[in-house]
Structure formats: structure tokens, C-alpha cells
Design a binder for this molecule. Structure first.
Ligand SMILES: NC(=O)c1ccc[n+]([C@@H]2O[C@H](COP(=O)([O-])OP(=O)(O)OC[C@H]3O[C@@H](n4cnc5c(N)ncnc54)[C@H](OP(=O)(O)O)[C@@H]3O)[C@@H](O)[C@H]2O)c1
Length: 333
């Protein structure tokens, strides 16, 4: 099969090679010990995300020995599944494989493989798990976002950002999207934001005005020096959910601010939390598929790349040019 390998940790320009490899063994390291529990997927599209970019520099926590095939999530058709699995050979699926997705064949644990709605194409399927499961986990389980509340989303035209806007809508919340350009504003609008704001000096005041005194939840995949203003954007009892640090620096909190305004900073690390909880993944997968069926979730796919241009896809993320989810067309249709 054709696959992309990371062959050295020198950044997206030089780390990747397109290679021919034998088909993978039909067992996944996250599968349950002693039980046949892995699904083999004929990959049509692979999602491109920050973990793959960080892996080209050896900066991600999951650090297999070189060379290895990156690629945390795919969409395609089931080739084989264990007896009793929720999916069958021939089914269209979205699957989270953690590694190995940038290849014509990938293997995922059964509990991380979900039927793909006929409403969604394979590129959208490759955008569904990492971002939407994270958005659901971060907003509902960590941020306790409720119907009628208001949410501010940073990096709102990105993969996690667009997913959060759609999941929040499905939960009955109002959304304010903060982005860095007019083109990104349009993407956030397409993702269903109730209000979109451009980053600038006075974004915090605009957020406070739009939300009538402060939002209930902030979802922050960006971090950096806007963090203090995010805290100032919260209303009483507000929660700031920390999801990532694309801005480059990890902010520090002066905790007196939390005391003065009765607010919280909450961490949301989806992977670390769900990896060992198969039933929770099945529950989140069903909830997200329900949001697809109800018309709230329809992943926004940005630029698409053939396998040969995987490096360009990673550079697009690195240079802050991505909108929506970037996808590799592994088997173009
Ligand atoms: N905690 C978890 O469980 C979890 C799960 C999935 C992903 N993540 C993390 O969430 C973050 C966002 O992922 P994503 O897929 O949404 O990324 P993305 O599609 O590239 O979006 C990230 C956004 O960050 C903003 N940004 C600000 N400064 C940036 C910079 N220097 N370089 C790049 N982007 C910058 C950009 O928005 P503006 O230009 O509009 O500011 C960009 O749209 C990543 O750090 C990822 O690792 C965490």
C-alpha cells in the first residue's frame, strides 16, 4: 500500500516520505488485550491535524520510533471487523486510529470506529472524530455548557473552532466567534456562529456587550497573550476551557481574577481522558452522529491535498492559513 512516513524529525518541509509498505497487521495497540477488537479500514480520506505537524518535529507526546506512519483519523470503508462489532465489512465509517492514518489501509480500535452518516462525504468523515468529539467533551463534559448560555470560541475558523460552533448550537447555546481575518469570519459564519468578531484591541468589550455582561463559557484552543482578556470576558460563574496553544505560548493565570469574579479555568484533554474509556467513546460517537442527523453538525472541510502533498497540508496548518479541516484524499473519488 502507499503511505506517508515520518522519516526524520526536521519539520514538515523535510520530515515526510511517500513509500510502499506492506498492509498493516489487523490489530491495534489500543484494542482490548486478548480480544479481537480492531477494525481494518480501506482509507478514502485522512484528517490532517496539529498532532501530525508536531510529530514532524518530535514535539508530540505520542512519539513512536522512526520511521512511522502518522495520521490520527480517517474515513473509508470497513474491510474487516471483529465478530459482534458495531460496524460490518462494507460499511462507510469514520475511525480514530491515533497513528497510521496517512495510508491506503489503516487499523482502528472497534470502540473508535463509527458509522458515517450518508449525509457526510469521506472528507467530512475524516474531520469528525478529533474535532467534534473534543468539542463535545470540552463544552459539555468539561465546560458544562447549557441550553441558553453564551459561548465565546477562539480560533473559530479552525478545525476545533468550527466544530465547537456547531456542537454548541446543537446544545442550544448562542455563539460568538473570534477570528483573525475577514476570510476566517466568513468560515465561522458558515459554521453557524451567531456573531463573528475580528481580533483587535477592543474584542473583549465587544464580547461583553454582545453577551450582556460576559459569556458563560470560553473555548480556547489558542492560548497566548489573549488569555487575561478571555478571563475578563467571562460573566459571573463563567468557565474558560483550555484546549490548546496554537498561539505558541502557554498562559499563566493570576488566580485572584478567578476569586474576584467567581470564574473557573478548566482543562480539557480529550485523548488522555477517553483513551481508556471505550463506552464513553461509543456514547460521544452516538451523540455526535445524532447532531449530524438533526442537521447541526456538518464538518467544514478546507483545503484538500493528494498524498504527494502531505507536507503542504502540514505547512498550511503551521503558517496559520488553514480554515476548517485539512484533508488528504488518499483514494480520490
Ligand atoms: N485538548 C484536546 O483534547 C485537543 C483535541 C484536538 C485538538 N487540540 C488542539 O487544539 C488546537 C487547535 O487545533 P485545530 O485543529 O483547530 O487547529 P487549526 O484548524 O489550525 O485552528 C487553530 C486556530 O488557532 C489560531 N491561531 C492563533 N495563532 C496561531 C498560530 N501562531 N499558528 C496557527 N494558528 C494560530 C488560528 O485562528 P485565528 O487566525 O483566527 O486566530 C487558527 O485558525 C491545537 O493546538 C490542537 O493540538 C486539542
Amino acid at each position: 500500500m502507499r503511505a506517508i512516513q515520518i522519516v526524520e524529525e526536521t519539520g514538515p518541509d523535510s520530515a515526510l516520505a511517500l513509500v510502499e509498505l506492506p498492509e498493516p497487521e489487523p490489530s491495534h495497540p489500543l484494542g482490548r488485550a486478548g480480544i479481537e477488537s480492531s477494525v481494518v479500514v480501506e482509507v478514502h480520506a485522512a484528517g490532517v491535524s496539529f498532532p501530525e505537524l508536531l510529530q514532524t518535529r518530535g514535539q508530540y507526546q505520542l512519539k513512536p520510533p522512526l520511521p512511522f506512519v502518522p495520521g490520527s483519523e480517517v474515513a473509508g470503508i470497513v474491510r474487516s471487523a471483529p465478530a459482534g462489532a458495531r460496524v460490518q465489512p462494507g460499511d462507510r465509517v469514520a475511525a480514530f486510529c491515533a497513528l497510521g492514518g496517512f495510508a491506503e489501509t489503516a487499523v482502528a480500535p472497534e470502540f473508535f470506529t463509527f458509522a458515517l452518516s450518508p449525509e457526510l462525504d469521506f472528507a467530512q468523515g475524516a474531520a469528525l472524530i478529533l474535532n467534534y468529539h473534543t468539542a463535545y467533551f470540552a463544552l459539555l463534559l468539561r465546560g458544562r455548557l447549557k441550553q441558553g448560555e453564551t459561548l465565546l470560541v477562539h480560533g473559530a475558523a479552525g478545525g476545533v473552532g468550527t466544530a465547537a460552533l456547531q456542537v454548541a448550537r446543537a446544545l442550544g447555546a448562542k455563539t460568538i466567534a473570534l477570528v483573525s481575518s475577514e476570510a476566517k469570519q466568513e468560515v465561522a459564519q458558515r459554521a453557524g456562529a451567531d456573531h463573528t468578531l475580528l481580533l483587535g484591541e477592543d474584542w473583549k468589550d465587544q464580547v461583553r456587550e454582545l453577551s450582556g455582561g460576559g459569556v458563560d463559557v470560553v473555548l480556547d484552543p489558542v492560548g497566548g497573550d489573549r488569555f487575561t482578556d478571555s478571563l475578563r470576558s467571562l460573566g459571573e460563574g463563567g468557565r474558560l476551557v483550555v484546549v490548546g496553544f496554537t498561539g505558541g505560548s502557554i498562559p499563566e493565570v493570576r488566580v485572584n481574577r478567578l476569586l474576584l469574579n467567581n470564574t473557573e479555568v478548566v482543562g480539557a484533554g480529550w485523548g488522555a481522558y477517553v483513551m481508556s474509556k471505550p463506552e464513553l467513546n461509543v456514547e460521544i460517537g452516538a451523540a455526535v452522529n445524532g447532531m449530524v442527523d438533526d442537521g447541526f453538525v456538518s464538518p467544514i472541510v478546507g483545503e484538500r491535498f493528494p498524498m504527494e502533498r502531505a507536507a503542504d497540508a502540514l505547512k498550511t496548518l503551521d503558517e496559520r492559513r488553514a480554515t476548517g479541516k485539512l484533508v488528504l484524499d488518499v483514494r480520490p473519488t
